[in-house]
Write a protein that binds this ligand. Structure first.
Ligand code: 13P
Ligand code: ZN
Length: 289
């Protein structure tokens, strides 16, 4: 089967293009990765080698970090500097499939990037996240990075504190504590595109599945494309509500209270992390404890 006809590839392309239509992928902003299932690799293996003109032509390259637990696995990844909006027109020019070697330190492109290029500059973060997530629960396969406006806006006005960020976002939509009861991870501003920010992000992905990069964007992880995209969509929607509330007032007249969030946990059978249910002092402004 051709890669572009495979269900997993169609799901990957759709997630990227949907993100563009949400306004989350200006220019080349954002990137995505998917840890392909062995049976899916078998389905498309006869289409590998379709590299036409890629500078690497299948040579092993350094990942820039070590992901031993991903050795010999295959990944679909967006290309660096490629625009998400172009994936709709020509997926093979903007996306690639790569194979990680047996040491977990090198990769080679086996499909895609037909007009040249290399995998996303955030490859270390994507692969380190996927490794940590696989160790946590082998069903995790998707990592998605984008630049959602309201989430980014909040990183200028809320303290860069996971507990406060989570609590303020949880209060903006009833579904939030049910969808991500482990809360939101927050990484302070760091230089992107390298190993260091990947180490920091993957440390948080050991427990959480949504991590915000201050003044930059967010990473979401999930078992499949719908869940991963839906998680990002949910957090960004709640962030938009919070931006609107903060534009009206620095206080909330009423909100979803900690005991109500506990009730949600019981009703929906999810384990709500008590860390985020701290008591706020009377008269606290939004973003204060
Ligand atoms: P790439 O084009 O290398 O994927 O970079 C985009 C981006 O969002 C960096 O964080
Ligand atoms: Zn980015």
């Amino acid at each position: 089967m051709k890669v572009i006809d495979a269900e997993f590839a169609k799901g990957f392309f759709r997630m990227c293009v949907d993100g563009f239509y949400q306004g989350w992928h200006e220019r080349n902003g954002g990137n995505a990765s998917y840890r392909i299932k062995p049976e899916e690799v078998d389905e498309v293996r006869n289409d590998f080698g379709n590299i036409n003109g890629s500078v690497q032509d299948g040579e092993w390259q350094d990942i820039g970090t070590t992901v031993k637990n991903l050795a010999c696995e295959f990944f679909m990844v967006t290309g660096s500097g490629k625009f998400m909006r172009n994936i709709e027109l020509d997926p093979a020019a903007n996306v690639c499939i790569l194979e990680v070697d047996e040491t977990g330190t090198k990769y080679r492109i086996v499909w895609g990037l037909t007009k040249g290029g290399r995998p996303t500059s955030e490859l270390p973060t994507h692969l380190m996240n996927l490794e940590v997530l696989k160790n946590r629960d082998a069903r995790f396969r998707v990592v998605y990075h984008c630049h959602p406006t309201n989430i980014i806006a909040l990183t200028y006005v809320l303290p860069l504190d996971s507990e406060i960020f989570t609590r303020e976002i949880w209060e903006m939509a009833t579904e939030c504590p049910i969808d991500f009861p482990e809360g939101i991870g927050v990484v302070p501003w760091m230089v992107c595109g390298g190993r260091e920010i990947g180490v920091k992000t993957s440390e948080l992905m050991k427990k959480q599945k949504i991590v915000i990069w201050a003044h930059h964007g967010a990473f979401a992880a999930g078992y499949d494309f719908d869940e991963t995209f839906g998680l990002m969509h949910t957090v960004e929607k709640a962030a938009e509500v919070l931006v609107k509330v903060m534009s009206i007032n620095v206080y909330k007249r009423q909100t979803i209270e900690p005991d109500q969030i506990r009730q949600l946990g019981k009703t929906f059978g999810v384990d709500i992390d008590e860390r985020f249910l701290y008591e706020k002092r009377p008269g606290a402004r939004i973003g204060e404890r």
